[in-house]
Design a protein around this ligand. Structure first.
Ligand SMILES: Cc1cc2nc3c(=O)[nH]c(=O)nc-3n(C[C@H](O)[C@H](O)[C@H](O)COP(=O)(O)OP(=O)(O)OC[C@H]3O[C@@H](n4cnc5c(N)ncnc54)[C@H](O)[C@@H]3O)c2cc1C
Length: 367
């Protein structure tokens, strides 16, 4: 069976690891350099590619509604995977698990993906299944997550290396904004200004916000920016059209970036495992069983409410993370809660704003 994975980024590599019993060809044109990439995520269970995790945290800091909490993660762990480690572990997993049936990495630009064939650098190849992380249609975004991050070095030991900051709202609100801090050691961290927005965000204002945060909130007493990165992630709450004949969209193209958080690493791991299971059981990759649709409704409603009133984001995050550990919030964001859990979680949120956003979405969906 000829399996081609279009794009060897996070989802393409993850799937290549999970499809270790089949020969696959991964095609990537190299425009996203794995070297500088890293994905953080939370998980409460072992996964096939866990050897790629380079850092694990059991607590996080959050600051919202005028309060700072350091929260235990309960049965979750917050983890970081670096791009080169993911690539290395996928190779090892394929060798160890299935005696390395061919996995070819081909450098090339995917021009076209169609039912039954893929065109790379102008040349067409037949394919039984194509997993596509580079092309295909995407629904209009409901919003955007804009981030500008600095990898900084500080003069004094300013960061707690054991506790990342998931969100800290003590920053300029350019849209609905918070700062995320991923420490490396007491002198080094990634400090990221993150905004839920529907329009462009001014770079000068974001740099100013990061400077203020480092000087006034963290109090670094001097820092050097070693590298800057920025990205603008479309947030899509509607399901993406994943299947086109024998082509299945994966990763961001498959709608796996969660619209209320911008995270997709763990969703992609679960999706890759489900694709492998479906191929094994049925000989096709389409038996995927997505989570209940209400979770997409919640994501969309949050984005609608925050677009109208950006200050609601801080309220919502403060309400979600108000428990003794971060576990209930993370389980909800993982889409593993029951309706009763959700009623409890939402209890302190202003119900009217969210209910009318949900009603508007439902009435649009039904015509
Ligand atoms: C800056 C940034 C930080 C993020 N951080 C996190 C995080 O910490 N945790 C998390 O869960 N999510 C994160 N995300 C969201 C999401 O998980 C990532 O975007 C993730 O990389 C998506 O995986 P993917 O495989 O869909 O896309 P990518 O990882 O971008 O892979 C696509 C691959 O396709 C290749 N390619 C593109 N076009 C072509 C073409 N025409 N022909 C051949 N090759 C092509 C590229 O070179 C790339 O390697 C982040 C997103 C961004 C933008």
């Amino acid at each position: 069976m000829m399996i081609v994975i279009a794009g060897g980024g996070m989802s393409g590599l993850s799937l290549a690891g999970h499809l270790s019993r089949w020969p696959v060809t991964v095609v990537d044109d190299g425009h996203a350099d794995l070297e500088g990439l890293a994905w953080a995520s939370w998980s409460d269970r072992p996964g096939l590619l866990d050897a790629a995790v380079s850092r694990t945290f059991d607590r996080v800091r959050v600051h919202a509604g005028g309060r700072t909490w350091v929260l235990d993660l309960g049965c979750y762990r917050y983890r970081v995977v670096l791009g080169p480690d993911l690539a290395r572990v996928v190779r090892v997993v394929r060798v160890v698990r299935e005696l390395a049936p061919g996995c070819r990495y081909r450098r090339g630009h995917v021009d076209l993906v169609e039912d039954g064939r893929i065109v790379v650098d102008g040349e067409a190849f037949p394919a039984r299944w194509v997993f596509d992380s580079v092309g295909g249609p995407l629904p209009d975004p409901d919003g955007r997550l804009a981030f500008l991050g600095w990898h900084v070095r500080t003069d004094r030991p300013a960061f707690d290396p054991d506790v990342p900051t998931l969100f800290d709202f003590r920053t300029r609100q350019l849209g609905a904004s918070f700062v995320y801090v991923l420490p490396v050691d007491p002198h080094h961290a990634l400090v990221e200004h993150t905004s839920f927005t529907s329009g462009p965000v001014d770079d000068t204002a974001r740099r100013e916000a990061l400077r203020e945060y480092l000087d006034d909130v963290i109090g670094t007493d001097g820092h050097v920016v070693e590298r800057e990165e920025s990205a603008d992630l479309p947030l899509i709450s509607r399901p993406a059209p994943r299947r086109r004949g024998n082509v299945l969209a994966i990763g961001a193209r498959g709608g796996l970036v969660k619209a209320s958080t911008g995270y997709s690493y763990q969703r992609v791991q679960r999706d890759s495992a489900a694709i492998a299971r479906s191929l094994r059981r049925h000989g096709h990759p389409f038996d995927l069983r997505p989570p209940p649709t209400r979770f997409r409704l919640y994501d969309g409603a949050l984005l609608d409410v925050v677009a109208a009133e950006p200050a609601r984001l801080e309220q919502a995050f403060a309400a979600l993370f108000r428990h003794a550990t971060a576990e209930p919030a993370l389980r909800f964001l993982d889409e593993r809660t029951s309706l009763i859990d959700e009623v409890r979680l939402f209890a302190t949120m202003p119900a009217a704003a969210y209910l009318s956003a949900v009603r508007r979405r439902l009435s649009r969906a039904t015509g």
